[in-house]
Design a protein around this ligand. Structure first.
Ligand SMILES: [Zn+2]
Length: 509
């Protein structure tokens, strides 16, 4: 246990909530067929690597998780070449993604999300090709969704390669509700910067404009090879692991490989310094501007403790790298695959307007999202309790395991206090983000929600509940859980009917 010093009762977490590929092939390949003696020109591929070669992702997974490379046969594979201009504001990108129809019906289109167009950043699509044939996309939802037509329709099990040339301008203010796509304070943060394939589920293509608060994405597990060319003076922090680095014309060119992951996040700044620690097979890196080295060390300690506690509690963290990076976000913290961001304002330990426990709880909360959001996916807009409420409960376990019952009691009181912001109204925790007011969302999903998980633990019994969390992690690893699947697995674990409990806490009335 670490000595328990200065936990305050009111803890507020406004979390909204991230082979060696060679350089771009430049020589067009020629193929000849017996039917056609004239040579057919095949456009160059973005990277000289076979779509089904999963070896680049192997170093990013710990030994026991290598099996993931043989699963997810139909997962999307993104190859992206991103150029970051000297001003750190102008982006140019080439994206090739192989998309497989994993549904049971033919698809006449694929939808991509263009989130920068919701974040004050202008994203422009220069061209779209399907299997190297030009197509005309159409745009919806304030150009944040792009429909790419498929003709003929893509049959179940078939795949296509979609190539997109895009550019974007990064705003210097705004940048989404929490400043997640922005160049501010000499720090570039690029959340959801590339055309991202939407999820096709029981609603069809699942598309909506995210509310001003809460998370914005809902994404399937995918694989990413991303080559970034950027000014040499900046340190780049990204999802996945670095697999290649070279200098070209005074620019750095770094290639990252990551997967399975639901997104690819990156931040860049000339201000960053790093401190690191290894835990098991995972290297944990904590990045902050050099003047906040004490804050970076403190955050590193919290992150290592949280990774250990959750690995013991739920199942092991699957990646060989985990990054925590300070950014000027207006949220206290935000989660991405393999990486979380923590608000820069909290790294100034002596002058911080927040008490130290805020920083610790925020780090513990965001680390918890690696299990609930990143590995186990969910519709963060329609069923936010599945990650946020469960992660708040995980944070309670962090305090319990590290500081004992007094630490847990103080954090638990903070949950009660949150719920009290709406006079402990019995508003269901299982509603979509858009169905809550801003105050209700924080009070219910982050306050009442974890108290439901605690009630579930009490109903199931501690040992059964612990087994359930382990099984839940293994069952939905890299997949997507729903409220129904969560309940069904819990019921099969406890051999009991939890309908009444879910009606009291979760379901919309
Ligand atoms: Zn969260």
């Amino acid at each position: 246990m670490r000595s328990f010093a200065c936990l305050v009762i009111t803890i507020s977490i406004l979390s909204i909530t991230s082979c060696q590929p060679k350089a771009t092939a430049t020589t067009p390949l020629k193929t000849e067929t017996e039917e056609d003696e004239s040579a057919t020109l095949v456009p160059p591929r973005l990277f000289d690597i076979a779509w089904d070669d999963r070896s680049p992702f192997s170093p990013g997974l710990i030994d026991s998780e290598q099996g993931a490379l043989n699963q997810l046969a139909g997962a999307s594979i993104y190859h992206i070449d991103l150029q970051i201009a000297d001003d750190l504001i102008h982006l140019n990108g080439q994206e090739e993604v192989r998309y497989t129809n994993q549904e049971t019906e033919p698809l006449e289109e694929v939808y991509f999300r263009l989130f920068p167009n919701l974040f004050n950043g202008a994203m422009v699509i220069q061209s779209v090709e399907v299997n190297h044939q030009d197509v005309n996309p159409s745009y919806e939802l304030f150009r944040s969704a792009m429909r790419v037509p498929l003709s003929p329709a893509l049959q179940p099990g078939e795949n296509v390669v979609i190539s997109i040339a895009f550019s974007a301008r990064v705003p210097m203010e705004g940048g989404g509700g929490y400043g997640i796509f922005i160049f501010d304070d000499d720090i570039l943060t690029l959340a959801h910067f590339y055309p991202m394939i939407a999820v096709y589920d029981d609603e069809g293509w699942n598309l909506e404009i995210p509310p001003d608060f809460g998370d914005v994405t809902y994404v399937d597990s995918s694989f990413y090879i991303i080559q970034i060319t950027a000014p040499s003076a900046v340190t780049i922090i990204a999802s996945g692991i670095e697999s290649d680095r070279q200098m070209i014309d005074n620019q750095q060119q770094i290639t990252y490989a990551g997967g399975p992951m639901r997104d690819f996040y990156l931040a860049a700044s000339s201000r960053y310094a790093v401190v690191s620690e290894k835990i098991g097979e995972t290297t944990v890196n904590s990045y902050a501007p050099a003047e906040f080295s004490e804050g970076a060390e403190t955050v590193l300690g919290y992150a290592v403790d949280a990774l250990q506690i959750y690995s013991d509690r739920f199942g092991v963290y699957p990646f060989t790298e985990f990054d925590v990076v300070s950014t000027p976000t207006q949220a206290l913290g935000i989660e991405y695959p393999g990486i979380v961001v923590i608000a820069l304002i909290m790294y100034d330990l002596e002058n911080c307007i927040y008490p130290p426990s805020y920083l610790e709880s925020t780090v513990a909360h965001e680390v918890g999202h690696q299990w609930f959001y990143s590995v186990i996916g969910n519709d963060q807009l329609d069923e936010p309790w599945l990650d946020e409420a469960v992660v708040q409960y995980a944070t309670l376990l962090y305090w319990q395991d590290l500081y004992g019952s007094s630490g847990a009691a103080s954090f638990r009181q903070s949950l009660e206090d949150r719920w009290a912001r709406v006079d402990k109204a019995d508003i269901p925790i299982g509603m979509p983000v858009r169905s809550y007011s801003g105050v209700e969302y924080g009070a219910i999903v982050y306050g009442r929600g974890p108290l439901f998980v605690e009630a579930l633990e009490n109903t199931m019994g501690q040992e059964t509940f612990n087994n359930f969390l382990h099984d839940y992690y293994e069952t939905y690893k890299w997949g997507i859980a729903t409220t129904d699947s969560f309940k069904q697995l819990a019921e099969s674990e406890c051999q009991c009917d939890l309908t009444e409990l879910f009606s009291e806490w979760v379901y919309e009335k």
